[in-house]
Design a protein around this ligand. Structure first.
Ligand SMILES: Nc1ncnc2c1ncn2[C@@H]1O[C@H](COP(=O)(O)OP(=O)(O)OP(=O)(O)O)[C@@H](O)[C@H]1O
Ligand SMILES: [Mg+2]
Length: 443
């Protein structure tokens, strides 16, 4: 994810937690590494300063004792990593101003200053460099040439170890955060799949106490919702069903009415009521019995037979596109969804064009297109509600109860498919049903 996108989009919980914990660990680790290095350098410098003082004292005393002719031969053996001796007056210069140089000169002064008068000056250059001038008992000049090294070099494996630690921290952090956020993902998935078939995913109730508690509560909630829904569907089905008998009786009575005009009006109204009742029963059945088992079908043959039924009935429905492989689907539900969409296209525009598209990610889109008036943008969502009809279509006497799209959407959800409506740029409506062939729904 680019930084720009990261800044614009709110991060997922997983990313946020990972970022916070990982940054915290890195900063803490970096800080402790830095403190260790500072401490180590200070200790090294202190030890070095003390050592230089002591060693220089014994070396100068030794050089002072031996004959001047022997001194040059001894110098290499008296030299150390930080300093060496020069038999001569050395160079002149300004007094040292770096702290380490001052500490070293103070240490040398303390150890030999009472016996030998000394003078100290720094030598200009890239590295810190100073010279301490001493006059030995026989009057000959001796210079201690000091190049202090306050820091120990880093060992080569230290950066590798540091990065290995960072990698370990990143891995632990990833595992911990994944562990914490995974149940949330599962919960969201289960809530998403609670469709009208009421076949919710039963969350596993083991794991950490908090997760198990949430899963238990969620499962109980799903069961309650399922129970309420079933109850309502049963009531709807019962009312719709029981209304059929009195309607039939009323039709018989209406047939006996004398006034022809009144009789026709009555019969028309009864027909409408009958249609509503029939649709009500169908709707209840859709919600109640959407548990059709998925089976392997050949979508191309399936679509051809569906479209044939329409052309046989003299309706202008065309089919383009092919899938070219079998898929897992619920054929009856699929037939009802597509039937409702094609019926709408025919009803509201007179013709329909059906396009089958197969995408690379195992998805299949069946698009039902028409060249009718479309649906006002602000009502594209509302038409999925039961009994909702766009005002103009009520006036157009197109018939219908407004349940077609609602049933189609419910069935699509139960199939783990998506059903969307969109107005086409150049007029008409596009209804798109996208089936996820790879979806793990087993029923
Ligand atoms: N292809 C379309 N073109 C224009 N409007 C549409 C189209 N499809 C649906 N609509 C609008 O959406 C409303 C709801 O559609 P839906 O299929 O749910 O009900 P219906 O077709 O009116 O009745 P039913 O399908 O129950 O017989 C329709 O009344 C209509 O106003
Ligand atoms: Mg319809």
């Amino acid at each position: 994810m680019s930084l720009d996108r990261l800044l614009k989009n709110p991060l997922t919980l997983f990313q946020r937690l990972t970022l916070i914990i990982f940054t915290g660990l890195i900063v803490a680790q970096g800080l402790s590494f830095w403190l260790t290095m500072v401490e180590r350098n200070e200790t090294t410098a202190n030890v070095m300063v003390g050592n230089v003082g002591r060693e220089v004292a014994s070396s100068v005393a030794f050089l002072d004792r031996v004959a001047p002719t022997e001194r040059p031969g001894l110098l290499p053996r008296l030299a150390r990593r930080n300093y060496d001796f020069i038999l001569g007056p050395g160079e002149n210069g300004a007094p040292p101003d770096a702290q380490l140089s001052k500490d070293i000169s103070a240490s040398i002064e303390q150890s030999i200053g009472s016996h030998y008068p000394i003078s100290v000056n720094s030598v200009p250059g890239v590295r810190e460099h100073l010279q301490v001038h001493v006059r030995l008992s026989d009057g000959s000049p001796l210079t201690i040439d000091v190049r202090p090294v306050g820091k120990l070099p880093l060992s080569r494996w230290l950066p590798i170890l540091l990065f290995a630690q960072f990698a370990l921290m990143a891995a632990c952090c990833w595992v911990a955060v994944r562990h914490a956020t995974h149940p949330l993902k599962e919960l969201a998935r289960a809530a998403d799949t609670l469709g009208p078939d009421l076949m919710a995913t039963h969350l596993s109730e083991d794991g950490p106490a908090e997760v198990a508690g949430a899963a238990r509560a969620f499962n109980a909630m799903q069961e309650r919702i399922g129970m309420y829904m079933k109850e309502r569907i049963q009531i709807l089905a019962a009312i719709s069903h029981d209304l059929q008998t009195p309607i039939t009786r009323m039709r018989l009575r209406a047939d006996l009415m004398e006034d022809e005009a009144e009789r026709e009006k009555m019969q028309h109204d009864l027909k409408q009521m009958e249609l509503l009742v029939r649709e009500g029963v169908a709707y209840a059945r859709t919600l109640h019995g959407a548990a059709e088992v998925r089976r392997r079908i050949d979508p191309d043959a399936f679509m051809e037979s569906l479209i044939h039924d329409y052309s046989d009935a003299g309706q202008a429905v065309s089919l383009t596109g092919q899938v070219g492989r079998t898929i897992m689907a619920r054929p009856q539900a699929l037939r009802r969804i597509l039937g409702n969409l094609i019926d709408n296209a025919i009803k509201f525009s007179g013709a329909s064009e059906v396009r089958v598209e197969s995408t690379q990610d195992q998805k299949i889109s069946i698009v039902v297109l028409d060249r009718g008036a479309g649906i006002p943008e602000e009502q594209l969502d509302a038409v999925f509600q039961p009994f909702y009809r766009v005002e103009s279509s009520r006036n157009r006497q197109t018939g219908g109860t407004g349940l077609g799209l609602s049933i189609a959407r419910q069935l699509a959800i139960a199939m783990n498919a998506s059903l969307t409506l969109k107005n086409r740029h150049d007029g008409g409506l596009e209804a798109r049903l996208t089936l996820d062939d790879a979806s793990p729904v087993s029923t």
